[in-house]
Design a protein around this ligand. Structure first.
Ligand SMILES: Nc1nc2c(c(=O)[nH]1)N[C@H]1C(S)=C(S)[C@@H](COP(=O)(O)OP(=O)(O)OC[C@H]3O[C@@H](n4cnc5c(=O)[nH]c(N)nc54)[C@H](O)[C@@H]3O)O[C@H]1N2
Ligand SMILES: Nc1nc2c(c(=O)[nH]1)N[C@H]1C(S)=C(S)[C@@H](COP(=O)(O)OP(=O)(O)OC[C@H]3O[C@@H](n4cnc5c(=O)[nH]c(N)nc54)[C@H](O)[C@@H]3O)O[C@H]1N2
Ligand code: SF4
Ligand SMILES: [Mo]
Length: 761
């Protein structure tokens, strides 16, 4: 059988796979697809690992239901009956908001959740909607919403045509890009330098990306806002502002000038720890480049100053005329249309605003219909009307990805009902009452509905499943549709009719006649066909099916002012809310640096947050879950390489193994996330052999970016001391932080499927 093209969903790069399958349906080999429209043959080790992911015996193939405290394999009928028995009753008793939904980042790469979760939320009628977006990109949405009128209008580095890239808190050589879909960024960045361009990395850690850059500015965590203000100050005071074509539709330059007034590089030097001469030089060079781009990601968007930092990055692009110009920060035009990518044709957009609703417990901003994920625990453990009593997780591992795991663990254990749709019995789904599996990557179709919005070239690629759906497995969309049916009617019958209604509604919304929709299509394919027809290029599923390696739709092109959705179709460069919040950044100037150390995160090439650690090829080599400490600090604190350190924060503490390195600055420590595979009820056998520690025991759910409620993972204040003796790798999260929560009807103890260790008291 010839090798079949598919797409890797394991990061945002969306590389093309070529999958060779034996006659008996076993996967022989996976390699890079040389004809893929985006990746042209490139593949990282994770792409190859799609094969071992498919064959992993721990991967869930059957639903599981908790009976008598234990998760046991069940039939789909038993699983859905259990849900139909319990979910409506809970809604009846506590009201619609009592069921929450958390969508993880895997749900952003799978058509089922992408196209059907919204209908589940509608059917539940709940306001308690959470997702990984408020763990990583909400500041980006808010900045785009306020400046350009559309939270999903995202400027993306036009990397192949750029001469100068300043990267702030991003490590694309390892992450393969984020909100920048561009396979093999290492080569693209090398090519940029070969053609005479420059790369400047702003990062407290000497990352793999910094190693390949011309210059590395080692900023003190959380002070990028000051650094950016100083850069703007140089632009403005040295007459380097050049709006170019943007001049006709930008407002607010004066507001920026007043904000940056007096914030000179010399003044920020002490707090940012970046040398004033370097700041001035980099700004001058950047302003002189033919085309350049400032690009920021996780290190910019997950500190307590995330919105201001993300905003000032865009401001720098605008004031140098680099927004929306080739080689600068451009707006892709994906092959599909429809919300959330573009407004409905002819329907005026609702103005984006920060004055929306607030969450129940601590009045955090509810943006784009979602409560910040860092508020999930408090919404569960705080009694009152609207309290969350049930949770559905889809494609996420909140028990490891949300700040303050200890509190969240207790909260999850106090729920009356928990349902997880996932590939594994991970640290989250292991706590559920019903776990619903999904097909493997090779058994499902693929189209990057979100990430083609961030692609460095305009492309569209649809991959049908490589393998047939195994007997006894449902496609993920059907599973979500059944959950929606139960939420709406109490019964899970009628998936086809449900899907027909959904397609009809989408067709009406997008103005596509239903008889124009591909015959015989159902499920995500039918919805995708509608969205493609609603797009700029008038594509259909048939076009994509005829181009299995993807369709090239051309270079990124300038899209402003047409793509602006502000009421006056102008860029609002200096929204009052941002100017006000920026005063917190200005105040850093005179604030003392504070005690203790600052914790930052770290990603590894062979990881995807918390969930590839069950594949032996992904966890070979030296231990990776280490606390990186600078030599100077190690000496001062009496830490030794390979020894242990007790790390304490406002939220919790853990014991980690120490790695002494000059990768981090004195005063900074780094620990990766996604580890802590020590949940006894989980079933990730390989991962459990090297559990590592869960860094989110240290991060604090009370520490947020105030304008967005986005979680804070970087610049977390901790104290570090040497830890003697044979301590466990980690302090187990202690359940029952809050006294006297309602006991579950089916208690999780004793033991679940693992040994009894801890559970709700
Ligand atoms: N291999 C691999 N790839 C992945 C993932 C993975 O887990 N592994 N995860 C995927 C996901 S979900 C995402 S969102 C993307 C993330 O993609 P990136 O944002 O490119 O990845 P990070 O490694 O989180 O990079 C953040 C950088 O910010 C730095 N930093 C920390 N604090 C500060 C600060 O205060 N200021 C500045 N300037 N820098 C700071 C960190 O040292 C780090 O180098 O990666 C995706 N791709
Ligand atoms: N301290 C700290 N914490 C962080 C971060 C950090 O940098 N530092 N990064 C944050 C970021 S950027 C993000 S995006 C979040 C990610 O956090 P989450 O989205 O909560 O979690 P992941 O660890 O990516 O887990 C994804 C889950 O999806 C499952 N899965 C895989 N494929 C499918 C599928 O097709 N369908 C379904 N239903 N499930 C599937 C996997 O088995 C896995 O359990 O973590 C955040 N947490
Ligand atoms: S770079 Fe990302 S998309 Fe490409 S093979 Fe690796 S994990 Fe998959
Ligand atoms: Mo992310």
């Amino acid at each position: 059988m010839p090798a079949v093209p598919h797409t890797c969903p394991l990061c945002e790069a969306s590389c093309g796979l070529l999958v060779s399958v034996d006659d008996d349906g076993s996967v022989l080999e996976i390699r890079g697809d040389p004809d893929d429209v985006l990746s042209q043959g490139f593949l990282c080790p994770k792409g190859v690992a799609v094969k071992s992911l498919h064959t992993d015996p721990d991967r869930l193939r059957t639903p599981m239901v908790r009976w008598g405290g234990m998760l046991r394999e069940a039939t789909w009928t038993e699983a859905f009956d259990e849900i139909a028995h319990r979910l409506p009753a809970l809604q009846e008793r506590h009201g619609r908001d009592c069921i929450a939904v958390f969508s993880g980042v895997s749900a952003d790469h799978a058509l089922g959740p992408l196209l059907y979760t919204e209908s589940l939320i509608q059917a539940l009628g709940t306001r308690n909607v959470f997702s990984a977006a408020s763990l990583n990109s909400r500041p980006r949405h808010v900045v785009s919403g306020m400046l350009y009128g559309n939270p999903f209008t995202t400027p993306v580095p036009d990397i192949d045509r750029s001469d100068f890239v300043i990267m702030i808190g991003a490590n694309p050589v390892v992450s393969n890009g984020s909100m920048l879909t561009a396979p093999d960024l290492r080569s693209k960045l090398r090519a940029l330098r070969r053609r005479g361009g420059r790369i400047v990395v702003v990062d407290p850690r000497r990352t793999e990306s910094a190693d390949g850059a011309d210059e590395h500015l080692r900023v003190r965590p959380g002070t990028d806002g000051l650094l950016l203000l100083a850069m703007l100050n140089v632009l403005l005071t040295e007459g380097l502002v050049n709006l170019g074509d943007l001049a006709d539709f930008v407002d607010g330059v004066d507001g920026i000038a007043s904000l940056a007034e007096g914030i000179t590089p010399e003044r920020v030097e002490r707090r940012t720890e970046v040398d004033a001469g370097s700041i001035r030089r980099v700004v001058r060079e950047f302003a002189r480049a033919d085309a350049g781009v400032v690009y920021g990601r996780i290190g910019a968007s997950t500190t307590s100053f995330a919105t201001v930092t993300t905003w000032l990055i865009d401001v720098l692009n605008v004031l140098t005329g680099n927004l929306d110009r080739p080689g600068g920060a451009m707006f892709p035009q994906p092959g599909h249309g429809g919300l959330p990518n573009s407004p409905r044709k002819g329907v005026p957009p609702e103005p984006f605003t920060l004055d929306g609703p607030r969450s129940r417990v601590s009045r955090r901003p509810v943006l784009l219909g979602e409560v910040p994920a860092a508020a999930l625990a408090e919404e569960i453990d705080t009694p009152g009307f609207g309290q969350v009593r049930g949770l559905i997780t889809i494609g996420g591992n909140p028990a490891r990805s949300i700040p303050n795991s200890k509190r969240l663990y207790a909260a999850l254990n106090s729920l009356d009902l928990m349902i997880s749709v996932d590939t594994y019995l991970n640290e989250t789904s292991a706590l559920a009452d019903v776990v619903l599996p999904v097909p493997s990557i090779l058994e499902r179709s693929h189209y990057e509905l979100i990430h083609y919005n961030y692609a460095y070239r305009n492309v569209a690629k649809y991959s049908p499943p490589v393998l047939d759906l195994p007997i006894g497995m449902y496609p993920e969309w059907e599973t979500i549709a059944r959950l929606a049916l139960i939420a709406a009617n109490g019964s899970y019958e009628g998936v086809e009719e449900f899907d027909d209604r959904l397609a009809a509604a989408l067709a009406v919304r997008e103005g596509i006649p239903l008889d124009q929709v591909g015959e015989g299509l159902r499920g995500p394919e039918r919805l995708l066909d509608i969205l493609l027809q609603a797009g700029e290029y008038g594509l259909t599923m048939e076009h994509l099916q005829l181009s299995p390696n993807g369709l090239e739709l051309g270079d990124l092109e300038p899209r402003l002012p047409e793509a602006l959705l502000t009421e006056d179709r102008r860029i609002h460069l200096a929204p009052q809310e941002f100017l006000t919040d920026a005063q917190r950044v200005r105040a850093l100037l005179d604030a003392p640096a504070g005690e203790g150390m600052l914790l930052v995160g770290r990603r590894h090439l062979r990881s995807k947050n918390s969930w590839l650690h069950n594949l032996s090829a992904m966890v070979t080599g030296p231990r990776r879950c280490t606390l990186q400490v600078n030599e100077e600090d190690a000496y001062r604190l009496g830490l030794r390489n390979g020894g242990r350190a007790l790390v304490t924060s406002a939220a919790g503490r853990l014991v980690a193994s120490v790695e002494i390195t000059d990768e981090v600055l004195p005063g900074v420590v780094s620990l990766p996330h996604g580890w802590g595979h020590d949940e006894p009820q989980a079933r990730m056998t390989v991962a459990a052999e090297r559990p590592g520690v869960n860094v989110n025991l240290l991060t604090d759910d009370a520490d947020i970016d105030p304008l967005t409620g986005n979680a804070v993972f970087n610049g977390v204040r901790v104290t570090v001391v040497a830890h003697a003796g044979d301590a466990p790798d980690e302090e187990q999260p202690m359940p029952n932080r809050r006294q006297g929560f309602e006991r579950r009807r089916t208690p999780r103890g004793p033991g679940g499927i693992g040994p009894e260790s801890f559970g709700p008291a």
